[in-house]
Design a protein around this ligand. Sequence first.
Ligand code: HOZ
Length: 428
Amino acid sequence: MYQKSKELFERAQQSIPGGVNSPVRAFKSVGGTPLFIEKAKGAYLYDVDGNKYIDYIASWGPMILGHAYEPVVKAIQDQAVYSTSYGAPTELEIKMAELIISMVPNVDLIRMVSSGTEACMSAIRVARGYTGRNKILKFEGCYHGHADSFLVKAGSGVATLNIQTVPGVTAGTANDTLTCAYNDLEAVERLAQQHKGEIAAIIVEPVAGNMGCILPKAGFLEGLRKLCDEEGTLLIFDEVMNGFRLGLGGAQEKLGIDADLVTYGKVIGAGMPVGAFGGKKHIMQVVAPLGNVYQAGTLSGNPIAMIAGYTLLSILKEQPQLLKELDDKTAYLKNGLDKVLLASGTPYVINYLGSMISIHFSTQPVTDFATAASADNELFKKYFHAMLRRGVYLPPSAFESWFLNNALSYEDLDATIKATEESLKEIL
Ligand code: HOZ
């Protein structure tokens, strides 16, 4: 069933560390052979062995309207004939910035970069430059890319591979990163008192997607906002996963909280390598060449990435019912999964908001990294493979959110619910 993938994985390991260019893809925590993908269209992935899967990764977020979405493909093709990169400004970059600013009201200035990692790395540099402070505070199990400052108690692949300390991150850098449990406002308040006047920024995934999907408790984000205002600390929302998915204005709009800086990633490139960081003018004006906080990149604002993202975001803006349809599909899936999971008798938790969702096989609410980690992740492995055998491609780790796309039909959702019912019968 996976013969060609097996051969490719063998070959890949000869030339690529671990055979993959991003660790979660190696299937380390679920075991087995990573699937090598040949193509994708709409809601489906096709591997090199000719197997078809209903896709719940959506390239970890950006395929909101499905894979190879025709308007995006055409826009890329039309742009490519004019060259793939100039290293000089284009009108497209202005249109992209104007579009995002029109959708996210508290962003006055926005800078394009090439990935979510770069966006978050740059945002904390801005926060440090603006406040003159060194420390940042992040939450256990949140993942903000692989810049040194964030690889402390990180989620996603770091959690999946159970890496406690990342060699190569200096003690000095790690010491400037304070951590708290997600949703523990009192712990944040205590740390803020201990480090009064030292914390440049609190960075958070408003809806966490790198320890499965975990929602902020009522008052948590509001409490962070208040604390930041009192302490002169900047609040950074990492909306790499949430942005333009949870709402046109992302989590800020959905949850009604303004961050000082916001970061975006793959979603704003419709799957092309893009990221961005933005915020209020008085903060963003420290960025070079307006100010001295240096940040740069030849591929920043790349025309192919800009046209892809601009096309996707314009469609989402013009047709807001698309996100509503997607949310309705997610609610339908959640209800169907609830039915079959309840009937199976196995303890479980489904967390979801908008079109982010995940299952933890847990006896207690999953509200932070500790509760996510104490879920039955051995059972998740079995569930993952049982679903894969039935043509459903879930994230290959319990420490990742699922992302729905609007190309999914209700038949696909029913097939996923049925596959879960059958899988649970097989593995329990
Ligand atoms: N760390 C990413 C998801 N949280 C996975 C990226 C990838 O493997 O493409």
